[in-house]
Each structure stands twice: as structure tokens, then as C-alpha cells.
Design a binder for this molecule. Structure first.
Ligand SMILES: Nc1ncnc2c1ncn2[C@@H]1O[C@H](COP(=O)(O)OP(=O)(O)OP(=O)(O)O)[C@@H](O)[C@H]1O
Ligand SMILES: [Mg+2]
Length: 143
């Protein structure tokens, strides 16, 4: 379990994981983020994007549902499942077609939990001892 004391720390942890993922491409391909509102899922994704060499601004695709970023080290398909209710919606947003095309990063994995592939990397972000602290657990890869 890792401790983050700021959004910058969380981004840095994301970057470390991203570097590890870049080295193990083409696998793994799904990164599921777990943790409620404002836990830092997007901050974490920013770090991953840095490791992929992505220069575009990364923000939660709450309305678009998906953002695509292309970087010199690989592509990221960034999903925000906040407004997605259950697995049947996934078909209509074309979720399954993005698997195998690059790294699929998922915010609000809680909303589609049965569709998270078995081989996914799971990142759990929980509140810490104060407003700025987060506990981050990474499963499925060693960082
Ligand atoms: N240790 C920390 N790690 C990450 N963010 C932190 C931390 N401490 C404070 N914050 C603040 O919490 C907020 C996290 O926002 P972020 O958009 O990354 O969360 P999110 O989990 O993606 O939220 P949402 O579910 O709304 O998409 C930011 O305002 C950030 O400054
Ligand atoms: Mg977000």
C-alpha cells in the first residue's frame, strides 16, 4: 500500500506505474481505477499519460465517456463510467472494441464491475488520515 499526500504524489505514482506498463506492452491492457468522487483517479491517469508520452490535457471524460490520447509510447483510451449503468451500456459505447487497441483506463470501475477483465491491473484509491492523503493499492503488477 502506498501513501500519497498530494495530487502531485498521486500523479507521480501513476507515472511510475505507467512506466512499468509501457515496458510490458502489449500487455497489460486494462487498468481499472476504483475510488469515489475526488479520490484522484484523473490525477493518477495524468501520470499514466505522462509515461506514455502524451502531451494532451487529461480530464475526466464524464460527458464524452471516452477520451483517446495518442503518445509516442502508446495510446490510451480513458473511460469515465460515472454515467454508465451496468454492462449493457458498454456495448453501445463500443467499450469492447477498444480492448486490444491500447491501454484502456477506467474511472468508476464500480459501475461496470462485471466487465472488468480478469487480467486487469486494479488500482484502489481510498481516503487517508487527512484531506490531502490517499491510500493507494495496486494489484496485478509490481511497481
Ligand atoms: N493525495 C491526493 N491525490 C489526489 N488528489 C488529491 C490529493 N489530495 C487532494 N487532492 C485533490 O482531490 C481532487 C482529485 O481530483 P480528480 O479529478 O483527480 O479525482 P477523481 O477521482 O478523478 O474524481 P471524479 O470521480 O470526479 O472523476 C483534486 O482537486 C486534487 O487537488
Ligand atoms: Mg476523474
Amino acid at each position: 500500500m502506498l501513501i500519497s499526500n498530494s495530487a502531485e504524489d498521486t500523479e507521480e505514482i501513476g507515472k511510475k506505474l505507467g512506466e512499468k506498463i509501457v515496458k510490458s506492452l502489449p500487455e497489460p491492457q486494462v487498468l481499472a481505477l476504483w475510488g469515489g468522487m475526488g479520490m484522484g483517479k484523473t490525477a493518477f491517469t495524468r501520470g499514466i499519460a505522462q509515461a506514455f508520452g502524451i502531451r494532451e490535457q487529461v480530464s475526466s471524460p464524464t460527458f464524452a465517456i471516452i477520451n483517446e490520447y495518442r503518445g509516442e509510447n502508446g495510446n490510451i483510451f480513458h473511460f469515465d463510467m460515472y454515467r454508465v449503468n451496468g454492462e449493457e451500456d458498454l456495448e453501445s459505447i463500443g467499450f469492447y472494441e477498444y480492448l486490444n487497441k491500447g491501454l484502456v483506463v477506467i474511472e468508476w470501475s464500480e459501475n461496470i464491475k462485471n466487465a472488468i477483465p480478469l487480467g486487469a491491473i486494479n488500482v484502489f484509491i481510498e481516503p487517508g488520515e487527512n484531506e490531502y492523503q490517499r491510500k493507494i493499492e495496486i494489484e496485478g503488477i509490481t511497481v
